[in-house]
Design a protein around this ligand. Structure first.
Ligand code: ATP
Ligand code: MG
Length: 412
């Protein structure tokens, strides 16, 4: 029979990679908890218009990358390409704002984008992200960036932080008009992609990687000259807070992000270690989005990090608990072996009950292969073997043996 292969751009995460995935995810969750964020588990399928109205009609995500289909009821739906739109929809739909105060939410899960697969870029990938709804202080911007930094530090990942401000909606609109004028004058010199971006998404031209485009945008009018006093002050405050927390950053006036909904603060954590796909975490403010999606005016901000990209940078996994393997010396002792394994597991000890039958030699070989640190032989006189030192000890009863292994395992 012919084998069935996974679909292009999708992958199985197993073995060491699954451990890395779990390490990244658990670490983020630990930090989210410390910052008092609450989890929200969001659907994978949404009405397609949610993304058109938030991510933006003209963005690459909506234009080219979304998995869109009609369900059997004739609804036009999309596999979510990102998490913020869903979080905002839920914030509005579940009337979280009616509870007053402000809300800090985090999420984790798969996202889908029909992109060209390469290292660090897949069609199904996973993000962890967080959103803060209902606060407009620059303190919130600083706290969010600090939280992302804490996650990266805890993972042992070194990256640089780049920040920029896009200004409020009005000043950005003014700037976009001026930028368009400028780009039109240089249209002939731009790459094909950027030519089509002039009308669709002119800001995106600013972070084009093509050398000729870079040269042209270098001389383009600068967004900073169009910013309102309020935007500038927010940006100054943010920088002041980051400095006070000893978080190094680079100001990058070209940092624009690929989604339409951002306003004011934007940031990216970037590495040069994994090639062109260097952005591991990114986010910013989106003060108009809640209203744009039908909610009350609500300042908000958030970030998302790509788990697969973080996994590429994780070098050291936390040490694993030692494994204890229980072997009945003959099948007559199977029931006692089941009981012994149960008792060990109740003591929180990672226990393998050897499931295969065969000679003692083959069983020991298997125990070795499994990476057992201790082996418990179940017979009339139970025995404990330390696989590293080769030491072996006989016990009068299984309770005494269990006490000894527990002590040994918990000591390290
Ligand atoms: P990029 O410029 O790399 O395409 P982006 O601007 O599209 O990133 P966001 O939409 O801000 O990225 O998503 C946040 C993070 O999710 C990215 O920084 C990255 O770590 C991760 N990410 C985005 N797209 C993919 C993908 N196709 N495969 C793996 N990870 C991804
Ligand atoms: Mg992208």
């Amino acid at each position: 029979m012919s084998e069935i292969r996974k679909v292009r751009g999708f992958q199985d995460i197993y073995g060491e990679n699954a451990k890395k995935y779990r390490f990244v995810s658990d670490t983020a969750r630990k930090i989210f908890k410390k910052y008092n964020f609450q989890e929200i588990i969001l659907p994978y399928v949404e009405d397609v218009s949610l993304f058109i109205r938030s991510v933006g009609e003209a963005t690459d995500i909506v234009q080219k990358e979304m998995y869109v289909f009609e369900d059997k009821g004739g609804r036009k739906v999309a596999l979510r390409p990102e998490g913020t739109a869903s979080a905002v929809r839920a914030y509005i739909e579940e009337r979280l704002y009616a509870k007053g105060g402000y809300h800090k939410l985090f999420y984790e899960g798969a996202m889908f984008r029909y992109e060209r697969p390469q290292a660090g870029r897949y069609r199904q990938f996973h993000q962890i992200g967080a959103e803060i709804f209902g606060v407009d202080t620059p303190l919130a911007d600083a706290e969010l960036i600090k939280m992302v930094k804490d996650i990266l530090d805890e993972l042992g990942i070194q990256v640089r932080l780049e920040i920029n401000t896009l200004g409020d909606f009005e000043s950005r609109k003014k700037y976009i008009e001026v930028l368009k004028e400028y780009l039109k004058k240089h249209e002939e010199e731009l790459c094909e992609d950027c030519k089509s971006r002039i009308e669709r998404n002119p800001l995106r031209v600013l972070d084009c990687k093509v050398e000729t485009c870079k040269q042209i945008t270098k001389k383009a009018p600068s967004l900073i000259d169009f910013l309102s006093e309020e935007s500038l002050q927010r940006y100054e405050k943010l920088k002041e807070y980051l400095k006070s927390m000893n978080i190094e950053f680079i100001e990058n006036p070209r940092l624009v992000r690929g989604l339409d909904y951002y306003t004011d603060t934007v940031f990216e954590f970037i590495t040069d270690k994994i090639g062109a796909q260097g952005t591991v975490a990114a986010g910013g403010r989106y003060d108009t989005l809640v209203q744009q999606l039908g909610g009350p005016p609500t300042p908000a901000l958030g970030f998302a990090a790509g788990i697969e990209r973080l996994m590429l940078l994780v070098e050291n996994l936390p040490e694993e608990e030692p494994l204890t393997t229980v072997i009945p010396i003959t099948s007559d002792f199977n029931i006692q072996a089941i009981e012994t394994a149960d008792k060990l597991r109740k003591k929180e000890i990672k226990t393998e009950l050897l499931l295969k039958e065969g000679s003692m030699k083959s069983k020991m070989k298997l125990a070795n292969k499994l990476g057992s640190k201790y082996v418990v032989f179940v017979s009339e006189k139970p025995e404990l073997k330390d696989m590293e030192t080769g030491e072996q000890e006989v016990f009068e009863n299984i309770e005494d043996l269990i006490d000894v292994v527990t002590k040994k395992v918990k000591e390290v």
